[in-house]
Structure formats: C-alpha cells, structure tokens
Design a protein. Sequence first.
Length: 339
Amino acid sequence: MIIVMKDKAKEKEIKQVVDRVEELGYTPHPSRGAKKMLIGIIGDLNREELIDSLGAYPGIDKLVPIMEPYKLVGRSFKDNTSIIDLGDGVTIGGKEILVMAGPCAVESEEQIIKTAAAVKKSGAKVLRGGAFKPRTSPYSFQGMQEEGLKLLKTASDETGLKVITEVVDPRDVELVGNYTDIFQIGARNMQNFYLLKEVGKSNKAVLLKRGMSATYKEFLMAAEYIMSEGNYNVILCERGIRTFETYTRNTLDLVGIPVLKKLSHLPVVIDPSHGTGQWELVTPAARGAVAMGADGLIVEVHPEPTKALSDGQQSLKFSKFTAMIDDLSQIANAVGREI
Ligand code: PEP
Ligand code: MN
C-alpha cells in the first residue's frame, strides 16, 4: 500500500505517519516523487487496521493499494526515474549516460592501471573488473580475488574512477564493499536471494544483471529483494538472454529498456559485451541501446583482447572503445542525452 501525502504536508506530519506505521509493526519506505511525498508499506498487511489507524492523520491525502507484485521497484512507488548518486558528481538515471568500462577480469596491476587510464580518457566514469569470476567451468580462471580488489582500488585512487566489481557470495559482501562503489550481481546469481538480501543491507549501489532465462517480472522481483532490505540504489542491467539463436553468445533484449522503464523507476544499463559475445557487435548494440533510452553502458575493454584470461573475444581494444564513445555521443545528443 502507498500512503500519498498531501502536497502541502509538513515534515512533522510526515514523521507522525512514519512513526505510526512503525508502531503498527511495518517498515515504512518513504520516497519523494516529482510531485508528492509517498510512504510505501509492504509485507503482509492488515489493510483494515491500517485504514482505521491512519484515516485521521491530517497530512494524508489517500491510501492506494499497489497492484504489482514488485512494490518498491514499480512506477507506482515513484513516478520519476531514480537518480543514483555514486559520489563526486557521478550519477546514473539523469541526462548523462554513465559509461562503465574495463576488463572482464582483473589480471595484473599493469593491465588494470593501463585500462583505467585509457577508459577514463575516453569518457568512462566507472572502472569495471571482476576479482571474483563466476565461470561456467571450475577449471577456468576464477579471478584474483582480494588481490584483484586491491588492484581495482589502486587504479581508482590513481584515476579518480569509481569502481564496479562482482560479488558472488553473501560472505564476501563486507570484503568487496571495502573496495567497490557498486556491487555487481551477475546473471548467474540474479536469484541468489541470500546474496540479494545481503547487498540490500548495504547502502552502496547495486547493479543487478538479468538472469539469462529470467522474465522481466522475475528480474524486477529480484530487484525488489534488494530494495525491501532498505537499499534503494539499484540499477537494472540487461546483458542478453538465452534463446534458440546460437550465433551470438546471448540475445540482447533491447526492448527491455522501454519495458523496464515503463514498469520501474530504476535506471537501466545495457551490457553490449555479454549481450553479443563478439567485439564487432559491441558498438552496433551500444548504438541501439543509447537510441532506445539506456541510462548507462557496461563495456569490456582490454589492452590486448587476444591475451585476455576471460572474454577476450567480446572485449574492445582502447582505440575501438574511444571510437565507440565518439560515435555514441552523437546519438546521445540526438535523443536529448549526453555521454
Ligand atoms: C561479467 O560482467 O564479466 C559477467 C560475468 O557478467 P554476467 O553475469 O552478465 O555473465
Ligand atoms: Mn565477462
């Protein structure tokens, strides 16, 4: 249920309602929309008790039931797109399209520092790089783990870039949180509910990747797990789904951008690297993503893709990445955005 406060509701009146909701044993989720202050109440609700208990509060305009299964993630909870603040003026969800770039995996100090400097020069604001790699085979490179996290931090300190890196285990959330600005939840973990709840307890931004066979509803319900723990800084990422087509690594569902934006207020990012699996297709896919309204891109870039320990075939060389961003800035301008 959503408590819609009157336009002129005073802070004191809002607080009274929040306190009363808590007294009744629920967790209030306040959200300031474009026009109104809303207070979401979720969980197993006793509607009649709520209506009786809240009916007389002067600041309340109306009580509206939320019909969708995703409550906090849905548009009814917030009418304007959420702008997530990553600190130092870096945001996602506003006019500027946020570019996150870097190697699939952190491999060495030289590799990550070189890449950080190059992607920064081309306009990226966030450095990506996996330290814990969820590989299909247990015999493939599993990542540099904590040493990789330290290298990401060094690269971030040297360049001022923010960091995004994957966390694969609820027990590592605290450790990874010491080094990253954004937690990445990988496609294979989209429904790892314990992991979702754990990052939900943090206040750091979380980029949630769509599972390779997840419907939009399942995807949004996974985001709801994070938000229901109190972390509203969630970013949705479409990274391609599995279909009957095998020519591309995955089928990048660009229509997901308008669909997710219709259903949810959360920013939407596209991963054209995993979405296609081939470096030649990364720029065309990213062009489409920008034209269709993506709020950000996450792109794999490597100093020498042929020598990469993972995902080299879908990684861009520095020069190709620079050319891509130049190209995308024209499309961004044409659709009223900036890159
Ligand atoms: C990655 O970003 O390198 C990765 C493993 O992504 P995904 O979870 O989308 O496969
Ligand atoms: Mn990868």
